[in-house]
Ligand binder design. Structure first.
Ligand SMILES: Nc1ncnc2c1ncn2[C@@H]1O[C@H](COP(=O)(O)OP(=O)(O)O)[C@@H](O)[C@H]1O
Ligand SMILES: [Mg+2]
Length: 268
């Protein structure tokens, strides 16, 4: 569904992406991780056709997104759902109107079906009472939840979330993460991509992680394996974010026993 080959992107004075290749297949769930500024959002913007690549190939649903135009591109984009860090709701519309606008654009549902979808989505993100509110009447966490509802409306074949929990407290982050996982059942073959610099969020979201650093993919695989046998940089990048956790939480996350044995002293 997504295939990047030798993707490059340079901005004046900096080469942000030097050689990025990976694919995401139907039904897959993937976390894209890397330090802040490593180019995660740039990759997503290129994938969405918002930013042109400097080199390499970008296929979305098998089509070269940067070389198709007009109606075909519109159709490809309708199969995507996206929530960026800046939620980008229209502030002159209510929550309900924002969702209706997205559903009218993305689906062929009639008025009654759209109203039912809006209720279902708001119920899913636990904000049924927010229907008639405007953006400025919502807290940051509520805006994110509406952004997630909008990204998932119309059951997109690919749903992409950029830093869905950044700046939110741990409780709200957990709510958001669970919402994405619970709501994103769409078509059975849909794929989900979360970009984040938060290792804990990344591993809770997906088994498969793609790690980027300094413009290249430094690891791509199941995080438990990478944690134990990735390159020293990869082990450290994943490990330092996890060794400070409570033992009970580390066990809840099902960190590998070998990793727990290495870093936590049992007190009995
Ligand atoms: N439009 C732009 N012009 C110049 N530099 C940019 C632009 N967009 C992003 N960058 C730079 O590219 C790098 C990667 O940014 P970004 O993709 O946002 O990283 P991440 O999402 O991993 O934090 C940063 O150094 C950023 O300053
Ligand atoms: Mg970013």
């Amino acid at each position: 569904m997504i295939e990047l080959t030798a993707l490059r992107k340079a901005f004046p004075g900096t080469e942000v992406l030097k050689d990025i290749s990976f694919s995401v297949h139907q039904g897959e769930r993937v976390s894209l991780i890397g330090p802040g500024g490593s180019g995660k959002s740039t990759i997503l913007k290129i994938l969405l056709g918002l930013v042109p690549p400097s080199g390499g190939e970008v296929l979305l649903f098998g089509r070269p997104i940067h070389r198709v135009g007009g109606e075909e591109r519109e159709q490809l984009m309708r199969r995507l759902g996206v929530a960026f860090q800046q939620v980008g709701l229209f502030d002159f519309m209510t929550v309900e109107e924002n969702l209706r606008f997205a559903l009218e654009h993305k689906t062929k549902k009639n008025t009654g079906e759209i109203a039912a979808s809006i209720d279902l989505l708001l119920h899913g993100v636990k904000l049924p009472h927010a229907k008639k509110l405007h953006t400025h009447e919502l807290s940051g966490g509520m805006q994110r939840r509406i952004g997630i509802a909008r990204a998932l409306c119309g059951n997109p074949h690919i749903a992409i979330f950029d830093e869905p929990t950044s700046g939110l407290d741990p409780v709200t982050s957990t709510i958001i993460l669970n919402m994405i996982l619970a709501l994103a059942h769409g078509p059975e073959d849909n794929c989900l991509l979360v970009a984040t610099s938060n290792v804990e969020i990344a591993i809770r979201f997906a088994e498969r992680v793609i790690i980027i650093n300094q413009g290249v993919v430094v690891a791509d695989g199941p995080w438990r394996e990478l944690l134990l046998s990735g390159s020293p940089w990869v082990q450290k990048f994943l490990g330092v974010r996890l060794i400070g956790l409570d033992l009970s939480y580390a066990e809840e996350l099902q960190l590998p026993a070998e990793f727990i044995g290495r870093h936590w002293k049992r007190s009995n």
